[in-house]
Design a protein. Structure first.
Lengths: 222, 442
């Protein structure tokens, strides 16, 4: 279970301050499937990164599976991310100089897995997203949909319990976007992953069990 | 299920081109089988006694893979940024190579310059300066030679040539008689050339200097009749332009019995070579070991040349350290640019669970890699340029066998540490990057 208690996040932008999250409360059940909607600048991504342990809130407390993650040291929080969280980004963010499989193996490398473990898990994750035949291709040799699949494989390779996807279909055409959503739904159902994704597209949001809408750092509908 | 994975992975490894398999002392059996899953290739079933097997294969992510891939995508820039470093290493290597070759050349020429220390008795009642030698009544015991060979820098003494001076009367003239150990004397005076031979065992046999030979009309085999004795001339010394031309040379033992001073010598000429210490130090050591003698250092060309070599070398090293500083700055600049360029990548790494130690490792590894490559290229460039330029500009042939190979680990270590130092600040900057801001940069 993920619990955000009275989260406030203020960005300092030169002299002015931007209130990104404003006293936000949110509770996400284990194995939940949550879509976050809202206009640009409403704090959707900030919420996502705060849950993922990447963004220390100005005020408030984030608890994941009973651990208050911002009370951990940054090193422990990195370990928390390695073990529990898989990020998926709008622009995929694959490393251009590594092959698909090497990109997928990165989280395992970071957690110090052996060569054999890396290879096995990397291959398995690529199989899960249906890209085992593209393992040795560089990102530039892959289509947008394929790149996002590789990124999803990278997100799940460490067997995390939470997947955080920031507009995962934002850079894809309708058909490919639907395929990616289908894949994410499948992962949520089969692997019992908690899946939180940010989207602008109501048709994608409908797939989720629960949709929250944000405005000015608040959650306006539940 | 877990067991079935290993052979599958291994099978793929083989079909993909395996670099190496390392295993303890386990036998490994390869059986070609056709797998249904990978029906395009023939795979291998592997049975082995233990799963203690590690595979070094390209798809494995290691820090090295990461770094080499990242560097290889910007090869040109990596090399350009290392140019300062490469240059500095090349200058260091060629400086040492050339100066070592010059020192060896000077060392080989030491004999041409003759003795550089003359050992005489400390007190001399009647001294007769004669050329660069001194004749006198006071002598030193022959055992002094052994005592000299106990000094701390004894290894730097190449030749000890003891002599006993005496005189014989020829009509109204006086002829200088020099008792020598022929082999030592020849070694010290490489310019000597003899017609005939030195007297080895015979008594009353001499070699005559060229001036005496021509004025007394002596040839090999003729007899030199002095007021007291007659000598058989076994050899004549070609003209040297020194006092030697007016002397006759006899074996030391014969001179000692002729002048009735057995076991005594007049002076010792010393040929010493010391790169690291001035000849004065050796002289002082001799006087410390044998207080009753005076060891006089003879200033000469060897030292002047050695000094020139040393000065050139230290100037080159100064130059190299300046280039090194510039090189370090260049690498630091490139790494800062690289950090700046890879801001988003760093954000991705952090989101995947990298902590500062991972980032440090990545950047430090990168710098070690750069340092190794730069050091190697610089070393090769240094050796090749010195072999090319040495003979061309300063007329010193470089013998590849004499290149200072022991320097290689030193300069590569230097190059690596310079790169690591250069990477510290950029690495620190990388670790301060806010991952969320980084991920949001377009």
């Amino acid at each position: 279970m993920i619990e955000l208690k009275r989260i406030t996040k203020i960005y300092e932008m030169g002299d002015s301050q931007v209130l990104s999250l404003n006293d936000l409360n949110l509770r996400i059940e284990e194995k939940g499937f949550l879509a976050v909607m809202g206009p640009s600048g409403s704090g959707k991504s900030t919420l996502l990164y705060t849950v993922g342990g990447l963004l220390t809130p100005t005020k408030g407390d984030v608890t994941v599976k009973g651990t208050s993650i911002y009370q951990l040291s940054s090193r422990q929080r990195a370990k928390f991310r390695r073990e529990n969280v898989g990020f998926i980004f709008q622009t995929f963010e694959l490393l251009p100089y590594l092959t698909a499989q090497e990109n997928v193996m990165l989280p395992l490398y970071l957690s110090g897995a052996s060569a054999l473990e890396q290879e096995e898990a990397g291959e398995e994750a690529l199989e899960r997203v249906g890209l085992e035949k593209r393992a040795c291709h560089k990102p530039t040799e892959l289509s947008g949909g394929e790149q996002q699949r590789v990124a999803i494989a990278r997100g799940i390779v460490n067997n995390p319990s939470i997947i955080l996807a920031d507009e995962p279909t934002g850079n894809l055409d309708q058909k490919t976007g639907n395929e990616i959503m289908h894949l994410l739904c499948e992962l949520h159902e089969k692997d019992k992953l908690t899946l939180i994704f940010v989207t602008h597209d109501p048709s994608k949001a409908k797939l989720a069990n629960r949709v929250v809408e944000m405005l000015d750092g608040h959650i306006v509908t539940r | 299920m877990a067991d079935s994975k290993s052979p599958k992975t291994l099978a793929r490894s083989f079909s993909d081109g395996l670099n190496s398999i390392q295993f303890g002392f386990f036998a490994i059996e390869l059986q070609p089988v056709v797998s249904f899953k990978y029906n395009t290739v023939v795979n291998y079933n592997i049975s082995l006694a233990s799963n203690d097997i590690s595979i070094a294969k390209e798809p494995t992510m290691r820090s090295l893979t990461l770094v080499s891939r990242n560097l290889s995508r910007r090869k040109g820039r990596s090399v350009l940024s290392s140019i300062g470093l490469i240059l500095a290493i090349a200058v260091i290597i060629s400086t040492f190579t050339i100066s070592q070759a010059m020192e060896m050349q000077v060392g080989d020429e030491i004999e041409k310059y003759g003795p550089n220390i003359v050992i005489t008795p400390k007190t001399q009642s009647i001294s007769v300066p004669y050329g660069n030698v001194v004749t006198g009544n006071v002598t030193i015991p022959e055992s002094t030679i052994e005592r000299i060979q106990t000094i701390p820098n004894k290894a730097n003494i190449r030749i000890l040539a003891p002599k006993l001076y005496g005189q014989v009367q020829y009509g109204g003239d006086t002829i200088l008689v020099v008792g020598i150990i022929p082999d030592n004397e020849i070694q010290l005076k490489k310019w000597w050339s003899i017609t005939g031979d030195f007297p080895r065992n015979g008594t009353n046999e001499v070699v005559s200097g060229s001036a005496l030979q021509s004025s007394l009309n002596l040839t090999v085999g003729s007899t030199l009749q002095t007021n007291d004795a007659s000598f058989l001339v076994t050899g004549t010394l070609n003209e040297t332009g020194s006092v030697d031309d007016y002397s006759i040379f006899v074996p030391l033992s014969m001179a000692q019995s002729m002048f009735n001073i057995v076991g005594q010598i007049s002076i010792i000429d010393v040929g010493a070579l010391c790169k690291d210490c001035p000849v004065e130090i050796i002289s002082q050591q001799i006087m410390d070991a044998v207080p009753e003698v005076r060891a006089i250092p003879v200033k000469q060309a060897v030292e002047t040349r050695m000094k020139a070599v040393e000065q050139t070398a230290s100037f080159s090293l100064l130059l190299a350290s300046i280039i090194m500083v510039v090189g370090v700055a260049g690498i630091m600049n490139t790494m800062l640019a690289s950090v700046h360029e890879r801001v988003k990548e760093i954000g991705v790494f952090v989101s995947l669970g990298a902590d500062n130690s991972h980032l440090y490792k990545m950047f430090i590894f990168e710098s070690i890699f750069l340092g190794l490559i730069g050091g190697l290229i610089g070393t090769l460039a240094g050796f090749f340029s010195s072999m090319l330029l040495g003979p061309l500009f300063i007329n010193v042939p470089i013998n590849p066998a004499n290149t200072p190979l022991h320097l290689i680990p030193v300069v590569i270590g230097l190059s690596v540490s310079a790169c690591v130092v250069a990477s510290l600040y950029p690495t620190w900057r990388a670790s301060r990057i806010d991952p969320v801001k980084a991920l949001k940069t377009v």
